[in-house]
Design a protein around this ligand. Structure first.
Ligand code: C2E
Ligand code: MG
Ligand code: MG
Length: 286
């Protein structure tokens, strides 16, 4: 018992030091249209540039940040950075280039009584319109009681779009989707894995696709957008399109990248579509 507790305390102290030392960075993974690969949004993902250990992924420190409460200041940093960057892209590339920027919010943040007002203030400070921000929450976070539920409804009323992340892995239920003001459902990677396998046995393929099929039908019925996560091959794109998915995210489409990487992508996208809004604020559209 002693060792994990000690490791946990050390990690907590290190996270605090890292926040003070500005060791966290945000990278952005494009969210892409499955027909034609146009980037329509990004998801912000935090990274820790540890002075000794190098690049550390969120899986190795988000759980500790949640347990110690440091996720609140860390999440604040990700929120500010993402809103500032998304507003800069809006300014540079115009309203049609990138429709939305998403970021992950943990249950602990939603429990913070100041969270909603902080989001409102951050949006106002950055100049990013509410409807261009997506907050991703997991099913288990949504089910954390009336205070979280109130916060989510307030965010929804402000015009911020809420996405259910990793959908299908948690305590998914139809009533949850109805009770929660979600605008977007993100199909978890585990239901994308293997979706493309064609072994000539229709029953087996059907079973593999069952959740992906059920989720898109449900989303259509409830008027929600969908994003398929963790797409690693063109065959998966084809299978998802066949099922009716139009948006996706995954290493096959684009890996998480720096803000500069996204800027280059948007610039290239715009140069291939000369009819669209040009930057420097002037519209040369048709
Ligand atoms: P998530 O929100 O579901 O983010 C998607 C994760 O899948 C990212 O991992 C991304 O790099 C990875 N991914 C994307 N495409 C592929 C693919 O084709 N194949 C595979 N194998 N993986 C893919 P990452 O960046 O390591 O983040 C892991 C999780 O950590 C996130 O899952 C999210 O739950 C959490 N997280 C990341 N940033 C933040 C943050 O700022 N705040 C909070 N609260 N959680 C965060
Ligand atoms: Mg996410
Ligand atoms: Mg996810």
């Amino acid at each position: 018992m002693g060792e994990p507790v000690l490791a946990h305390m050390q990690l907590g102290a290190e996270l605090r030091r890292a926040l003070d030392n500005d060791e966290f960075r945000v990278v952005y993974q494009p969210i892409v249209r499955l027909d034609g690969n146009r980037v329509i949004g990004v998801e912000a993902l935090v990274r820790w540039h540890h002075p000794g250990r190098g690049l550390v992924g969120p899986g190795d420190f988000i759980p500790a940040a949640e347990r110690t409460g440091l996720i609140v200041p860390l999440g604040r940093f990700v929120l500010r950075e993402t809103c500032r960057q998304a507003a800069a892209w809006l300014d540079e590339f115009g309203p049609d280039a990138l429709k939305e920027a998403a970021l992950n919010v943990s249950a602990r943040q939603l429990h913070d009584p100041d969270f909603v007002s902080e989001v409102a203030k951050t949006l106002a400070d950055s100049g990013l319109p509410c409807e261009r921000l997506v907050l991703e929450v997991t099913e288990s976070a949504v089910l954390r009681g009336p205070q979280v539920s109130r916060a989510l409804h307030e965010l929804d009323r402000m015009g911020i779009r809420l996405a259910l992340d990793d959908f299908g892995t948690g305590e998914s239920s139809l009533s949850l989707l109805r009770a929660f003001p979600a605008a977007i459902v993100k199909l978890d990677k585990s239901f994308v894995d293997g979706i493309e396998i064609d072994d000539g046995q229709p029953a087996a393929a059907d079973a593999r696709q069952a959740v992906a099929r059920a989720v898109i039908q449900l989303a259509h019925a409830l008027g929600l957008d969908t994003v398929a996560e963790g797409i690693e091959s063109p065959e998966q794109v084809a299978a998802l399109r066949e099922l009716g998915y139009t948006l996706g995210q995954g290493f096959h489409l684009a890996e998480p990248m720096t803000a500069d990487g996204v800027s280059r992508l948007l610039a290239r996208q715009q140069s291939l579509q000369p009819g669209l809004v040009k930057h420097n604020g002037n519209a040369f559209g048709p």
